[in-house]
Design a protein around this ligand. Structure first.
Ligand code: FPP
Length: 235
C-alpha cells in the first residue's frame, strides 16, 4: 500500500441536486452539505492528512440567485462561529484561499479572525476556498512577480517553480495529491489549476450531502492503490 495523500482537495458538488431530490430549498442542500464537511474535516485532521482544501465558493458563484448567495454567506458565518473553538482545539490551521477583500464585511472579519486565531497551530492546514478562482490566483501571482522584477527584487534567471509557488495562496504547502469531486461531474471548474498539475482525480457519483466518511475512506484507499509516475516510468 502506498502512502496516503498529504494534500486532499475536494469539490463539494451536488448540494442543489440533493435538495431537488428531497423537494427542499437549495439552501437546505447547502446546510446539509455543511454537516458532511464537518465530518470530513474531523476525519482528515484525526487521520494525518496534512492539508485539506475545500471549494466553498468560487469567483463565479456570485452569479447565482441573490437568495442562494446570501444563504451560502450566512452558512459561512454560522460555520465559523460554531466550529472555530473545536478546530482550534484540534490544532487546525485555517487558511482562507481566495480574494478575501471581495467578501462582505462580516464574512471578511469572521474569516480573518479565524485565520489569526489558528495561525500558530501546528496540525492540519484547512484551506477553505472562498471567492476563489484558479486562473485569478495564477494571474495575481504573475502580477506580484512582475512587481518584484520591476522593483529589482528578483532577476529573470532567479524565477523558478519554487518561488512562483510561494506567490500562490497555498504558499509553503505541498501540491494536491488527490482531488475528489462528488456528484459525478467530471470537471476541474477553475479549482487549484496550478497545484493539481500531478494530482490524482477521483470523481465520486455520490452527491455531497450524502457523502460519508466511509466513502471518503474508499476514495483514499483507491488513491493509495494507484500508481503515480509523475511523467516517469515505474520500474
Ligand atoms: C456545489 O453544489 C456546492 C457549492 C457551490 C457550495 C459548497 C458549500 C458548502 C458545502 C457550504 C458552505 C461552506 C462552508 C465553509 C460553511 P451545487 O449547489 O453546485 O450542486 P448542484 O450542481 O447539484 O446544483
Amino acid at each position: 500500500m502506498k502512502p496516503q495523500p498529504a494534500h486532499v482537495a475536494i469539490i463539494m458538488d451536488g448540494n442543489g441536486r440533493w435538495a431537488k431530490k428531497h423537494l427542499l430549498s437549495v439552501a437546505s442542500g447547502h446546510r446539509k452539505g455543511v454537516e458532511t464537511l464537518r465530518e470530513i474535516i474531523r476525519f482528515s485532521s484525526d487521520n494525518g492528512i496534512k492539508v485539506l482544501t475545500l471549494f466553498a465558493f468560487s469567483t463565479e458563484n456570485w452569479s447565482r440567485s441573490k437568495e442562494e448567495v446570501s444563504a451560502l454567506m450566512q452558512l459561512i458565518l454560522e460555520y465559523f462561529k460554531s466550529e472555530i473553538d473545536e478546530l482550534h482545539k484540534n490544532n487546525v490551521i485555517i487558511r482562507i484561499i481566495g480574494d478575501i477583500d471581495g467578501l462582505p464585511k462580516l464574512q471578511r472579519e469572521t474569516v480573518l479572525s479565524a485565520m489569526q486565531k489558528t495561525a500558530s497551530n501546528t496540525g492540519m492546514y484547512l484551506n477553505i476556498a472562498l471567492n476563489y478562482g484558479g486562473r485569478g490566483e495564477i494571474l495575481s501571482a504573475a502580477k506580484k512577480l512582475c512587481k518584484l522584477y520591476k522593483d529589482d527584487k528578483i532577476s529573470l534567471d532567479d524565477i523558478n517553480e519554487d518561488n512562483f509557488q510561494d506567490l500562490l495562496y497555498t504558499k509553503g504547502q505541498p501540491p494536491v495529491d488527490l482531488l475528489i469531486r462528488t456528484s459525478g461531474e467530471m470537471r476541474i471548474s477553475n479549482f487549484l489549476l496550478y497545484q493539481c498539475a500531478y494530482a490524482e482525480f477521483i470523481f465520486n457519483p455520490v452527491l455531497w450531502p450524502d457523502y460519508t466518511v466511509e466513502e471518503y475512506k474508499k476514495d483514499l484507499k483507491a488513491y493509495m492503490d494507484r500508481d503515480r509516475r509523475f511523467g516517469g516510468r515505474t520500474q
